[in-house]
Design a binder for this molecule. Structure first.
Ligand code: UD1
Length: 359
């Protein structure tokens, strides 16, 4: 079995590490790793390959940044070449980024079956590029690895039930695998002079929050009024937007560079509360039992809201801000929303047992 795995953005490196380890150890599987180059800064890409011991990509397509059309098209042109050269039996994609979409489009047009890890997620907001990417990818995929029952149900509602496997969430595997190591190796709390549970952690990178100056201004203003230090690792897009608006220099916000995975796990688990618009960080907050406030109107991870570990807060309307922060507490119940931490093992077994030539 020869397969091409398409990666490109930071969360995909984290998702891939646990599965690639199993695939690369199997002599009967030849996994070719393709990095689209969507994320290219050292601290957005290389550091994850090193820290998570991901094999170096066989191809780096260098697609870089650009409008959605330009970026996705650049990836597709090169992916088509790679697929034509390698002639894989399967193309595996993760999540909902433009790299995911480019991989699934290029492969399916060349009649190569697509396997989608993290299938079936829905925010029901088509203004998000990620929603478009995931809906299209799911409809092009032959094998769909759904992290939760809700994801399986979403697919069923769209008429997709063949080839769907509920495996649990592969990010949970990574959290369980790396948590102890993070506590042993990371000195991030000392470096930033922070006490456990005495700071907030914030990440903001969604276009809907960064590309609307007033919204970002509101968020920063609200952070400035919080009762504890807010540590805010800046995604490059957010950094640029903040520089344009000359935001927040003299405050209790500590702007820092993007964090590596182990430092991030420690920062997430020791924060009093996490503020984020990231999908992955909402999940990691739950996995590490830290309450989360999501700076969006809706979420793909509705289970975490239902279980009261996560609260939605619309950044356009921050009148609810104080109340939301004051209302945060740690729920007693903690159901296993993301499986048993062995999603990679399940996916590996399923991939390994696929009939060689699939239609
Ligand atoms: C992408 C994904 C998003 C995911 C996120 C994780 C899409 C549509 N979005 O968003 O779903 O949650 O990755 O981080 O695929 N940039 C750099 N250096 C880098 C990477 C990006 O400077 O290494 C800058 C570029 O100028 C770019 C901007 O950040 O214009 C946005 O990057 P892009 O990859 O387009 O999307 P993300 O916002 O990272």
């Amino acid at each position: 079995m020869k397969m091409v795995t398409v990666l490109g953005a930071r969360p995909q490196f984290i998702k891939a590490c646990m599965l690639s380890r199993l695939l690369q150890d199997d002599d009967n599987i030849n996994e070719i790793i393709v990095h689209t180059g969507q994320h290219y800064d050292k601290n957005m890409s290389d550091v994850f390959f090193t820290q998570l011991q991901l094999p170096a990509p066989d191809y780096n397509l260098g697609a870089g940044s650009g409008s959605h059309g330009k970026q996705t098209a650049a990836m597709m042109v090169h992916l088509e070449e790679v697929i034509n050269t390698e002639k894989p039996d399967l193309v595996l994609v993760y999540g909902d980024t433009n790299s995911t979409l480019a991989g699934s489009l290029a492969a399916s047009k060349l009649h190569v079956p697509v396997a989608h890890v993290e299938a079936g997620l829905r925010s029901f907001n088509k203004r998000m590029p990620e929603e478009i990417n995931r809906v299209v990818t799911d409809h092009l995929s032959t094998i769909l690895f759904a992290p939760s029952q809700a994801a399986v149900d979403h697919l069923a509602r769209e008429g997709i039930s063949d080839g769907v496997y509920q495996t649990g969430d592969i990010m949970y595997d990574a959290v369980l695998h790396y948590k102890e190591k993070a506590f042993h190796q990371s000195d991030i709390l000392e470096r930033l002079q922070l006490e456990a549970k005495d700071y907030y952690l914030a990440t903001v990178h969604r276009a809907e929050n960064t590309d609307e100056p007033n919204r970002l201004k509101n968020i920063v203003k609200a952070f400035q009024q919080l009762d504890k230090k807010v540590v805010f690792p800046l995604h490059p897009r957010t950094k640029r937007a903040l520089e344009k608006g000359n935001e927040g220099t003299n405050s209790n916000i500590l702007f820092i560079e993007p964090l590596n995975y182990l430092d991030m796990l420690v920062m997430e688990s020791q924060a009093k509360t996490i503020f984020t618009d990231s999908g992955g960080i909402q999940k990691e907050a739950y996995m590490l039992r830290t309450p989360c406030i999501t700076l969006r109107k809706e979420t793909e991870w509705a289970e975490t809201v239902r279980e009261k570990w996560n609260t939605l807060l619309d950044p356009a309307d921050l009148s609810e801000w104080r109340k939301a922060v004051a209302d945060v507490n740690i729920p007693h119940s903690y159901p296993p929303l993301f499986g048993d931490g062995n999603a990679a093992g399940q996916i590996y077994r399923i991939v390994n047992n696929l009939p060689f030539a699939m239609s």
